[in-house]
Write a protein that binds this ligand. Structure first.
Ligand code: PCA
Length: 220
C-alpha cells in the first residue's frame, strides 16, 4: 500500500554548537511508519532563506505530505513545546550559519502578520503529558531561523493549492544532556525521550481532527 508522507525537518547545529537535538530526533525517526504515513527526515541549514530553499526542494520532490512538522532547539526550555504561532519577522540576535543577521525584515514581503499552527497543539500537549512526557504550548517561536522556517512553511501551506490538505506546525525541543553538561544549569531531555515524544506527537496529529479546548495560555 502506498504510504502517505510526513515531512519532519530538523536543523543543523548553530551558534558554534556541535549537535542539534532537532536533527537528531528527525533522523532517528526517518522511515518510521505511523497510521499509514511514513516519516521523511530533512535537515535544514540554519540560514535565513536557505532553510526555505531546502524545504521547497523537499516539498517538490514528492506528493504533498499529510503532515509537515518542523523541529528546532530552544536552549533553556524544559519541555517539548508545540508552537502556536509563526510571525512575519526576521530579527536575529546572533548571526546565522552564513553570517546573515537580518533586523526587522519580513519573511514574506506580501505575507500576513502571522499564521497559526494547523496541528492540534492542545491535544498534543495533553497526549504527551498522559504519556508521562513534559510538554506545554509555546506562544512564541522567537524571531530567528526557526520562526522563519515555521512562517515559511505555513505560508506555503496557505498559498499553494497542492498543499491545501497538508497540516503543519513547529515544535521547539530542549537541549540534549551532552549540551547541558557544557552549560551548567541548562535544562535538558534525553534523546530517547525526545524521540518518544515525537512519536506520540505525530500519532496524535494524524488521529486528531478537532483540537481539544484546553487552557494553554501564559501571562507573559
Ligand atoms: N533553533 C534556532 C534555529 C535553529 C534551531 O534549532 C531557533 O530557535 O530559531
Amino acid at each position: 500500500m502506498a504510504s502517505e508522507r510526513i515531512l519532519l525537518t530538523g536543523f543543523e547545529p548553530f551558534d558554534r554548537d556541535t549537535v542539534n537535538p532537532s536533527w537528531e530526533v528527525a533522523r532517528a525517526l526517518d522511515g518510521w511508519a505511523c497510521e499509514g504515513a511514513t516519516v521523511q527526515a530533512l535537515q535544514m541549514p540554519c540560514v535565513f532563506g536557505d532553510a526555505l530553499a531546502a524545504l521547497d526542494a523537499a516539498l517538490a520532490a514528492g506528493p504533498a505530505p499529510v503532515l509537515a512538522v518542523g523541529l528546532g532547539l530552544a536552549g533553556g526550555r524544559t519541555e517539548v513545546t508545540p508552537e502556536r504561532v509563526a510571525i512575519n519577522v526576521d530579527d536575529a540576535r546572533i548571526p546565522d550559519n552564513a553570517g546573515r543577521q537580518p533586523v526587522d525584515a519580513a519573511v514574506e514581503a506580501r505575507g500576513p502578520a502571522a499564521y497559526f499552527s494547523t496541528l492540534p497543539i492542545k491535544a498534543i500537549v495533553h497526549a504527551l503529558r498522559q504519556a508521562g512526557l513534559p510538554a506545554s504550548v509555546s506562544n512564541t517561536a522567537g524571531t530567528f531561523v526557526c520562526n522563519h522556517a515555521f512562517y515559511g512553511l505555513m505560508h506555503r501551506l496557505a498559498t499553494r493549492p497542492a498543499l491545501a490538505r497538508t497540516r503543519g506546525g513547529f515544535v521547539h525541543l530542549p537541549a540534549l544532556p551532552e549540551q547541558a553538561a557544557r552549560v551548567p544549569g541548562m535544562p535538558s531531555l534525553a534523546l530517547a525521550t525526545q524521540v518518544e515524544a515525537l512519536r506520540v506527537l505525530l500519532r496524535t496529529a494524524l488521529t486528531t481532527t478537532t483540537d481539544l479546548h484546553a487552557q494553554g495560555g501564559s501571562l507573559h
